[in-house]
Design a protein around this ligand. Structure first.
Ligand code: ASP
Length: 585
């Protein structure tokens, strides 16, 4: 019995055909002598009917079937008796009248039901991942992932990009996240690192003249895990020669437009909006704002500096700022609800929250006594507040104010249902600072990475005013999540040296760690730039999956464990010895 169809594919036009199917028994029901099987394969479910009146012994064999048995069955496609159609199922208008069946394998009773309804603890799902992957949602997510990757590959191929593999055993360059290290047996005491990204290799491919490179590639970062992080994750990584920022942005817009149309049937509007880093921080308090809704933040430091409210005054004297926004229609919040908001704000480092309710003909708040009517009017005008709104303010150092208000804005946006979950809104964030000051390490660090080019006109400030230097870097944000980032790179050896110097990486250290790059830059490196997208996160947002683990076939838990294989695990003494390693008790 060679398979003629996938179960989930059969439709009314197949009526009358004899089909041969292979699949798993999803459910068995016995009904007035008839036995019904829902047969499942990777394309879906179809109903198979075993009739006791049929010749042969298929009906009695069907009695033996249990959940997750693997069978081969053939029979005729026939319409379901009227009134018994199932409109929820794509195959719901037909059924297969079985006339032959073979049990290919039996199954133990699975530890959880293979359906969407049953809530199952995630560790159990991960331990029996092969069963979990039989469920619709996971299977659909992975199939979607494949289709998305395929459309990206198709697009990049059309545009002349070549897929070149770069090594997984490479050199540790601890600028950025923590490396995964691999001991070298042949070189005692030496270690490879798994790549955090193919950054330097793709740049070197540009020096080599490949012109347009891409790879859909695993990257490894040994960081503490969160819901949207995994120790190994996949990037769509690309690099192009002889381009400026605009070339990269517009090509990537075209790529996303193509892939969204192919996989979701969604028409994205291009070009995507663009905002400078300083603008997004001003308006949203965060560099990855969700722009599907408003509630923009406004700075009221100038007005607040003139009032007699001690909290505002002191903050401003200590070089802090006061910002706020109008929570639409929230003037009715109770004292308890306001206290809850305050607690929420404290979770992000704020000392507290100031609020003023805008009512019919006045303002209500314990702090209004410090404000003249005129100032209250100016504040509500600045915030665009109307009657019924709640004005919320935070006064502190600018980072605390922005972090807190960004989260409050999201909270209120969600609460007010201002976010259309079916919408995809993209944003390019541009003109990032090149450097930031690392308080712990007491040195400047690169905001993206040390290979990002400064804006040419800002290069003179590298010495005099480093924080003022803007980078030729760009991030792409989708619905409030950063989904990618890249830059135009430094292609001059002298500027690259200068950059290392600025980062406190001395000449010798630079040569040891990045000598190969510095040298390559001396042999005719073309101007180049690129970008990398976090594929897992994109697929998570596109499928609406709750966790990144639901779009990866074999993910790890928050503790970096694979409950199915039990990795990481202890190894034998002999193995350690070969690697010249000792572990501490
Ligand atoms: N390599 C960078 C990263 O992984 C992306 C890029 O600059 O292309 O974040």
């Amino acid at each position: 019995m060679n398979r003629t169809n996938y179960c989930g594919e059969i439709r009314k036009i197949d009526l009358g055909k004899t089909v041969s199917l292979k699949g798993w028994v999803h459910r068995r029901r016995d009904h007035g002598g008839l036995i019904f099987i829902d047969l499942r394969d990777r394309e879906g479910i179809v109903q198979v009917v075993f009739n006791p009146d049929r010749r042969g012994n298929v009906h009695s064999m069907a009695h033996e079937l249990r959940s997750e048995y693997v069978i081969s069955v053939s029979g005729e496609v026939s319409p379901r008796p009227s009134g018994t159609e199932n409109t929820k199922l794509p195959t719901g208008e037909i059924e297969i009248l079985a006339n032959q069946m073979e049990i290919l394998n039996i199954s133990k009773t699975p530890p959880f039901a293979i359906d969407e309804e049953t809530e199952v603890a995630e560790t159990l799902r991960l331990k029996y991942r092969y069963l979990d992957l039989r469920r619709d949602s996971l299977r659909d997510n992975l199939q979607f992932r494949y289709r998305f990757i395929r459309s990206v590959r198709e697009f990049l191929h059309e545009k002349g990009f070549i897929d070149v593999e770069t090594p997984f055993l490479t050199k540790s360059t601890p600028e950025g996240a923590r490396d995964y290290l691999v001991p070298s047996r042949l070189n005692p005491g030496h270690f490879y690192a798994l790549p955090q990204s193919p950054q330097l290799f793709k740049q070197i491919l540009m020096v080599a003249g490949f012109d347009r490179y891409y790879q859909i590639v695993k990257c490894f970062r040994d960081e503490d895990l969160r819901a949207d992080r995994q120790p190994e994750f996949t990037q769509i990584d690309l690099e192009m020669s002889f381009v400026e920022r605009e070339d990269v942005l517009s090509l990537m817009e075209e790529m996303l437009k193509f892939a969204f149309k192919e996989t979701k049937g969604v028409d994205l509007v291009t070009p995507f909006p663009r905002m400078s880093y300083s603008d997004v921080i001003d308006r949203y308090g965060i560099d990855k704002p969700d722009i599907r809704f408003g509630l923009e933040l406004k700075d009221i430091t100038d007005i607040a500096s003139e009032v007699e409210f001690r909290v505002f005054k002191q903050t401003i004297e200590q070089k802090g700022i006061v910002k706020g926004f109008a929570a639409k229609g929230q003037a009715g919040l109770s004292r308890r609800e306001l206290d809850e908001l305050t607690e929420f704000a404290k979770g992000y480092g704020a000392q507290g929250l100031a609020w003023i309710k805008v009512t019919e003909n006045s303002f209500e708040s314990p702090i209004t006594k410090f404000f003249s009517q005129g100032r209250l009017n100016s504040i509500s005008l600045r915030l665009g507040a109307e009657v019924g709104d709640l004005m919320i303010f935070v006064a502190d150092k600018s980072k605390v104010v922005n972090d807190t208000l960004a989260q409050l804005r999201l909270l209120i946006g969600n609460r007010l249902n201002l976010i259309n979950k079916d919408e995809f809104k993209f944003l390019w964030v541009l003109d990032f600072p090149l450097l930031e000051w690392d308080k712990e390490e007491k040195r400047y660090v690169a905001m993206h990475h040390p290979f990002t080019s400064p804006m040419i006109e800002d290069i003179p400030f590298l010495d005099s005013d480093p924080l003022r230097v803007r980078a030729k870097a760009y991030d792409i944000v989708m619905n409030g999540s950063e989904i990618g980032g890249g830059s135009i790179r430094i292609h001059s050896r002298d500027i690259q040296r200068k950059m290392f110097e600025r980062l406190g990486i001395g000449e010798e250290e630079a040569n040891v760690k990045f000598g190969f790059l510095l040298e390559a830059l001396e042999y005719g490196a073309p101007p180049h730039g690129g970008i990398a997208f976090g594929l897992d996160r994109i697929i998570m947002l596109m499928t609406g999956a709750e966790s990144i683990r639901d779009v990866i076939a074999f993910p790890k838990t928050q503790k970096g464990i694979c409950p199915m294989t039990d990795a990481p695990s202890l190894v034998e003494k002999r193995q350690l010895k070969e690697l010249h390693l000792k572990t501490e008790e």
